[in-house]
Design a protein around this ligand. Structure first.
Ligand code: ZN
Length: 609
């Protein structure tokens, strides 16, 4: 017996699931999904068969109406969840019926007041890293890929979208849900409708995704539609913000080869969405905070688009090799931004990333394991060690190789790499072997072991040199002597310039300077959350109480973890009064956060209080 992944009960000796046929009944009043799943296995199997679950109730396991013995483990692993064991007798397929719990860690159920249009409920998924198991029993590891079909039964005033191909919207039929008969659902009731989807490409379970709500859409390109809540202002502003998407897809294709997923649709979620974006195949999920009105949200779209190749086509085998997903994607994102928005913009991103990487190395100074690209996550919750390291150190590693071999040789290598490993899940060693095979002698020019297994930042990493980057950093350093940038110096600054400036302000800066900076440049009122949050974080560290009202409004308006983490962390590192403030705001806001974000805030509190 050998587990394939420290975050899953999946056994290497047991067959993979090749196809899953899901039937899902959405019960909004109880925040529950009642479901069945027909599993098809790669080979017939006898004996114990393990599946990952978390907070699921299993009703039955059947093969052609014959019951299959099953049991849930009596103890629940805090990270992996509850082990479901079936006892199979040469079975190659079976049907499970089960229900989710209202506390399912992948699902956020929103009441109408928590949505943008305030009139209809909404539910959406976030399965990365290991939350798919709280929706359906699964081999919830990126080492295993599945194809699936799904029938969603939802209230007829709502519509459903999935990271899959839409087949049809039609009235429910009795024979859709034979396996669910014993649950007495109102499957065929007049106020219900069925939406069918199919996913023909094999994907890791963390890329399973749906959203159900009152959704509308706008066409923005030949293979791109933008979806958001119907009737909300978000839909039009999103359509405008993302009108350049097709150009980016073409840049991605130049870099990596043909786009393999047919559609590249964008779903803009309510503000509680915990991430900037999630690269769900065919339909990327996005936070509304990326819509800034100046097209700069395109950077997040470029990132999620790049995942279509690196992450979704080639997937890290386990979360211990997460840099294979995120480092490559960050590299590709910057190449796309450079092609579409110019080198200056791309270099600013490198600068912001460099700053972020250095901060993360500091954050993990007592736990250097997580400054390694390839690291050991035995007994570690991937959400707890999520950081910029796999993104930015991974980027730096790939950029180091590019600088060594030259851009055109590296581009050729990237195309070969994608073609060789598409629809596979691989680890760091597989990548390194392929690198050495295709760029002979590279290990003599770059210390590959230091880069992938060493801690901290290797000395041959690249600190951005572009004039604009250096000017901003030195302006920030001058704040130590009391000098603030003048109107003329910041006239052409966008959000990223301000972010870089704020991130580089010296720690010694005084409260009065923070206030002066804000009264001149109105940063606390910025519509750009990156700027606003960078500023508020500084204001908290300096103890500027006049901004706590804005801190509270921000923490209650958005649930993106990129903003929750620094604001709550700054508060809990502050005075007793700050800690009390943080606790009160969290208590009042937590219902509006996705379960993943809630548990991240809880872990920040437990670390510092
Ligand atoms: Zn990513």
């Amino acid at each position: 017996m050998a587990p394939v992944d420290p975050h899953s009960f999946t056994e290497s000796t047991q067959p993979a699931t090749t196809h899953l046929a899901l039937t899902l009944y959405f019960d909004f009043p109880s925040s529950t999904i009642h479901a069945s799943a027909l599993f098809t296995l790669q080979t017939p199997h006898s004996g114990p068969f393990f599946l990952d679950t978390r907070s699921l109730t299993i009703h039955s396991a059947l093969h052609a109406d014959e019951a299959i013995p099953f049991s849930l483990s009596t103890t629940t692993d805090p990270i992996k969840g509850t082990l479901l064991t079936l006892t199979l007798s040469n079975h190659s397929s079976f049907i499970l019926t089960f229900s989710t719990s209202p506390s399912s860690s992948a699902l956020q159920w929103l009441l109408p007041p928590q949505t943008c249009n305030k009139t209809h409920p909404y539910v959406y998924t976030q399965c990365q890293a290991i939350h798919a198991r709280s929706i359906f029993p699964s081999h919830d590891t990126p080492a295993r890929r599945i194809r699936y079909s799904a029938i969603l039964n939802i209230p007829s005033e709502l519509s459903a979208v999935m990271a899959a191909n839409h087949v049809t919207r039609r009235p429910p039929r009795d024979d859709d849900a034979a396996a669910l008969a014993s649950l007495n659902l109102n499957w065929c009731s007049q106020d219900r409708v069925v939406e069918e989807f199919v996913m023909e490409q094999p994907v890791p379970p963390y890329l399973f995704a749906f959203a159900v709500g009152q959704l509308g859409n706008r066409e923005v390109g030949p293979r791109t539609r933008v979806y958001a809540e119907e009737g909300s202002a978000v839909l039009d502003s999103a359509a405008k913000e993302f009108e350049g998407t097709e150009e980016m897809i073409r840049e991605g294709e130049k870099l990596f080869g043909e786009y393999d997923w047919e559609r590249f649709d964008l779903l803009v979620l309510p503000p509680s969405f915990p991430y900037g974006g999630m690269e769900n195949p065919k339909m990327v999920f996005l936070t509304p905070t990326v819509i800034k009105g100046d097209g700069s949200g395109a950077q997040v779209v470029a990132h999620e688009l790049a995942h279509s190749w690196t992450g979704n086509l080639i997937t890290n085998k386990t979360n211990e090799h997460f840099w294979l997903n995120e480092g490559f994607t960050t590299y590709a994102e910057r190449r796309i931004v450079e092609a579409v928005q110019g080198e200056k913009r791309a270099t600013l991103n490198v600068g912001i990333g460099w700053r972020g990487l250095n901060e993360e190395i500091e954050r993990f100074k007592d736990n250097l394991e997580f400054t390694k690209l390839k690291n050991n996550q035995q007994g570690i919750d991937p959400d707890d060690v999520y950081s910029q390291v796999p993104y930015e150190k991974g980027f730096q590693f790939l950029f180091r190789i590019e600088r060594q071999v030259g851009r055109s040789a590296f581009d050729e290598f990237l195309k070969k790499y994608i073609a060789k490993f598409k629809f596979q899940s691989i680890d760091t060693d597989t990548f390194l072997d392929f690198l050495k095979e295709n760029i002979p002698g590279i290990e003599k020019q770059i210390d590959l072991v230091l880069w992938t297994e060493g801690t901290g930042i290797p000395s041959d990493a690249y600190e951005p040199e572009l004039i604009v980057y250096k000017t901003i950093v030195s302006l920030a350093n001058e704040a130590a002597t009391g000098r603030m940038p003048g109107e003329d110096e910041v006239a052409d600054w966008q959000g990223q310039e301000w972010e870089l400036y704020l991130d580089n302000l010296p720690k010694s800066i005084e409260a009065s300077q923070i206030v002066a900076l804000d009264s001149r440049h109105k940063l606390s009122e910025s519509k750009d959350y990156e700027v606003k949050v960078s500023f508020l974080q500084r204001a908290i560290s300096c103890g500027c109480k006049e901004y706590y009202g804005e801190v509270e409004r921000t923490l209650k308006a958005v649930g993106r973890m990129k903003y929750l983490r620094p604001l709550y962390t700054a508060l809990v590192k502050g005075s007793e009064e700050d800690k009390v403030f943080a606790k009160r705001v969290f208590l009042e806001a937590r219902e509006c956060y996705h379960p993943i974000a809630q548990s991240v805030v809880v872990s920040i509190f437990s670390k510092h209080m």
